[in-house]
Write a protein that binds this ligand. Structure first.
Ligand code: MN
Length: 360
């Protein structure tokens, strides 16, 4: 290969999209607990991967805190924390997002199986012929789920998946063993411009599913069943089950995902399995839980224990509700890859660079 560049070598630029996710290693091995404090002091140690990437390394440990409950039936899931939005940043030139959660050692036990949530609140885009969004970049080891709330998103991946979703549509993309994809505002939307709003959620996969085949599910707004909650609130069932109605998105672990709209002031009750994690993002209006009010862009995170959540919704409120069985396994995350060990991360970088994740 003297003097010749291999056209199959992929650019490292595409690995820099998710710069906020430095290498994070979450190891639940208790034997390492004693070292965690010392290790944290050395989090600035550098690690060379594949001779081409210098990565920040952080090692920490955490306890397995799953309170696999008994006798918790019918108890309220208590609010554990509320996260306020961070500063907005651009993902490519199409998505101006608040990153609300990331898989840090402190947070992951409370959000698992969810890893990351980027919220792009309503924003006006002018008419353009330019492709706005993110070009080809890889993923391995998890799923990216895009909720289009306003505007249209077009997706294409190297495993053959692709499509356009408009407001109320969801793209549930399982990267699993790896692919490259691009995410843009649709041509039609770009042509006229308008209000754009979306949520991108990363959903972890258990170790046993990380190297399975990629899958793409593009579901349009009118394909989702609706359930009435409270007096008049409407829940769009994306995945899982709500009052015996099941949503169309297939998941690898038990997940419930709903978008709930309330035109009028209303009281609703949600029920989930004991021992699961629940996240609620306030998209519009105001939500009251146990006498505390939460405004737009607040992310409510509940305790694993308990089964019931009561919410008072102000008129014209809209929330995204996520619930899932935690995946209590070690996490090794770097940029667009989320695996279980550092070695698997290095392998992911190598496989991407050598073109094994495919081409668009
Ligand atoms: Mn992506």
């Amino acid at each position: 290969m003297h003097g010749q560049q291999n056209p199959n070598i992929r650019s490292n630029d595409n690995l820099n999209l998710y710069t906020s996710i430095k290498i994070v290693i979450i190891d639940d091995s208790l034997s390492k607990m004693a070292y965690s404090n010392t290790m944290n002091k050395h989090r600035r140690n550098i690690l060379k991967v594949c001779g081409s990437l210098i990565l920040g390394m952080m090692t920490s440990c955490l306890r397995n805190i799953a309170p696999k409950g008994d006798g918790n039936m019918l108890q309220n899931k208590k609010l554990k924390m509320v996260l306020a939005p961070t500063e907005q940043h651009w993902v490519g030139d199409g998505f101006h997002v608040h990153t609300l959660i990331q898989p840090t050692p402190d947070l992951y036990p409370s959000i698992s199986p969810f890893l990351l949530m980027d919220y792009a609140p309503p924003k006006e885009f002018g008419a353009t012929t330019k492709k706005q969004g993110v070009g080809e970049h890889p993923h391995r080891g998890f799923e990216t789920v895009t909720f289009a709330l306003n505007g249209e998103i077009e997706h294409r991946d190297s495993a053959g998946g692709g499509g356009i979703i408009g407001a109320g549509g969801v793209q549930w993309m399982t990267a699993a063993s790896g692919l490259v994809h691009e995410e843009f505002h649709s041509k039609e939307f770009a042509k006229t411009g308008g209000t754009f709003e979306m949520v991108q959620l990363w959903v972890n996969l258990p170790a046993s599913k990380k190297m399975t085949n990629p899958r793409y599910q593009g579901i349009k707004n009118d394909q989702f069943p609706r359930v009435t909650l409270g007096e008049s609130s409407i829940a769009q069932i994306v995945a899982g089950t709500c009052n015996e109605t099941t949503g169309p998105c297939k998941t690898h672990t038990d997940i419930n995902a709903y978008i709930i709209d309330s035109q009028k002031k209303d009281k609703i009750n949600l029920n989930f399995k004991d021992g699961t994690n629940t996240l609620i993002l306030v998209l519009r209006g105001k939500v009251v839980n146990e006498e505390k009010s939460h405004l737009e862009k607040s992310l409510l995170i509940f305790e694993r224990g308990g089964t019931s959540i009561n919410l008072d919704l102000e008129e014209n409120s809209k929330i995204l509700v996520l619930n899932g069985e935690p995946i209590d396994e070690p996490v090794a995350a770097y940029g667009p890859f989320v695996m279980n060990t550092r070695e698997e991360l290095m392998e992911a970088v190598k496989d991407y660079q050598s073109g094994k994740m495919g081409h668009l």
